[in-house]
Design a binder for this molecule. Structure first.
Ligand code: ADP
Ligand code: MG
Length: 449
């Protein structure tokens, strides 16, 4: 019987003969490095050759041209050739087995959601640290880990990062990721085909169960029952369970009390909308990941995005995409500056901005510092009044983009250079002093919301 294995062996033997006959390869090299190789797999597009040691790989990689041509002659079709180490292939094989390819659990981990590309700030530090702890000490510290927060704040990213990290630290552990919706659908399909037990068994086998958006199991009684037993089995055996949700367990309507109370038995952490600094760093890192955007977007444009679109990270990413789209297609410039950025988002933030007036800005700034609007406009030069005045001028310029002379008129008929100096000073302070920057950011938020 010709099995796949014997077929591959046959093809490879013939290929080796042909390579040897061609006399392109030195015969010592051939007997030292080629005879230990084997054809690991062959698809219509690609042949994978397995070799025992790195040295073999280096030699064969150098000779890929002749290997490819002889192999193509034997199989009468052209394929690409790659040479891999036996140990890597075995590991990849184990990965495939360990990261599940069973009937219900599919390997759905997203390999680009990692801890290394997750930006940490005040808004998500708790979720980050607890996720990291689960990845390094699965089943030991926080079980279950329950991460909750609004959409687009990084829950799915962290859940995948836990899975990916465990896979790389402990290649032998079995990892399963599914959404609440997948869970409901699997229970439905398994009940229909009468193999609920198999579904449960697959889950019992796991070392790490990651359930994204658990809220979707609400109101599904049969699912609750299965989930409850799987959850207990895993947690009781110190297998890690990590769950995300768009709200606190107690706020999920239609979820059994016994499940809710289990969710409170581990650690619950909230993930919030990124504050200015985190939003800024997230955009910066997204830009850095793309070599084509080197120096294309100025820092004040990043601030602009961080200020206006930080309600969640998905919106932030969307804004960056729009900006780049607009920049490439409609702005004839080698960099995107604030002017181009405000054009790119004209319709989108204009409505809110229109309601804001210089008087309103002066009022918000004076409220923040416990002053009156009259004090802000006055000629008093004491620092506790002059600084808020400069901030009000700066924010009027930044938010409303009015000419300096017009702003001067709003601030007790000051001339345009006074306003310009004030704006520069504030910009400088923002760069140098993070507390100051935070205060300005908070006031700006209070004006916009
Ligand atoms: P959620 O599951 O909370 O709805 P996601 O995890 O899907 O949110 O995040 C939305 C997008 O934002 C994803 O592309 C994710 O990579 C990105 N993202 C979220 N938080 C961060 C962060 N702190 N650093 C980098 N990217 C992030
Ligand atoms: Mg999600």
């Amino acid at each position: 019987m010709v099995t796949n294995e014997t077929y591959l062996k046959g093809v490879w033997n013939q290929t080796l003969e042909l390579i040897n006959e061609s006399q392109v390869i030195n015969s010592d090299y051939f007997s030292s490095f080629y005879t230990d190789s084997s054809l690991y797999s062959l698809t219509p597009e690609k042949a994978t050759i397995s070799v025992p040691r790195l040295f073999h790989k280096i030699i064969l990689d150098r000779d890929l041209g002749i290997i490819r041509s002889c192999l193509s002659t034997i199989i009468k079709s052209t394929v690409t050739v790659e040479v891999l180490l036996e140990s890597d292939l075995i590991q990849a094989e184990q990965f495939k087995l360990k990261t599940i390819s069973s009937k219900y659990l599919k390997n759905t981990l997203k390999d680009n959601y990692l801890f290394s590309n997750f930006i940490v700030g005040k808004s998500n530090v708790q979720a980050h640290i607890s996720s990291l702890s689960c990845a390094t000490n699965p089943g030991e510290l926080y079980n279950p880990l329950f991460i909750y927060g609004d959409s687009g704040l990084g829950k799915t990213h962290l859940l995948n990062a836990i899975g990916n990290s465990i896979k790389s630290i402990y290649p032998d552990k079995k990892v399963g990721l599914m959404s609440g919706l997948d869970f409901v659908q699997c229970v439905f399909a398994a009940s229909k085909s009468g193999d609920l037990d198999q579904f449960k068994e697959e889950l019992y086998e796991l070392d790490l169960l990651l359930i994204d958006d658990i809220q979707f199991i609400a109101g599904k009684e049969k699912t609750h029952e299965i989930f409850f037993s799987v959850f207990n089995e895993l947690v009781n055996n110190r297998k890690q369970v990590c769950i995300t949700c768009d709200r606190l367990p107690s706020e999920i309507k239609g979820l059994e009390d016994r499940i809710i109370s289990r969710f409170y038995s581990g650690l619950n952490v909230n993930i919030e909308a990124p504050e200015f600094d985190t939003a800024f760093q997230i955009i910066k890192s997204k830009i850095e990941q793309r070599t084509d955007l080197d120096n294309y977007i100025t820092d004040d444009v990043i601030s602009f995005l961080a200020t206006n679109f930080s309600q969640n990270v998905r919106t932030l990413e969307g804004a960056l995409t729009r900006l780049i789209f607009y920049g490439i297609n409609f702005a004839n410039s080698s960099t995107i500056d604030l002017k181009i950025a405000s054009e790119a988002f004209k319709g989108q933030i204009a409505e809110k901005v229109n309601e804001i007036t210089p008087k309103m800005i002066i009022r918000r700034v004076s409220d923040y510092y416990g002053l009156t609007p009259a004090q802000i406009i006055s000629k008093t030069r004491t620092k506790n009044i002059a600084v808020p005045r400069h901030i009000a001028m700066y924010l009027t310029r930044k938010i409303l983009d009015l000419p300096f002379s017009k702003i001067g008129a709003e601030f007790g008929n000051r001339d345009h250079s006074t306003i310009m100096n004030a704006c520069e000073r504030v910009e400088q302070q923002i760069k140098e002093n993070s507390l100051f920057k935070k205060a300005v950011f908070d006031i700006e938020q209070s004006i916009k919301n």
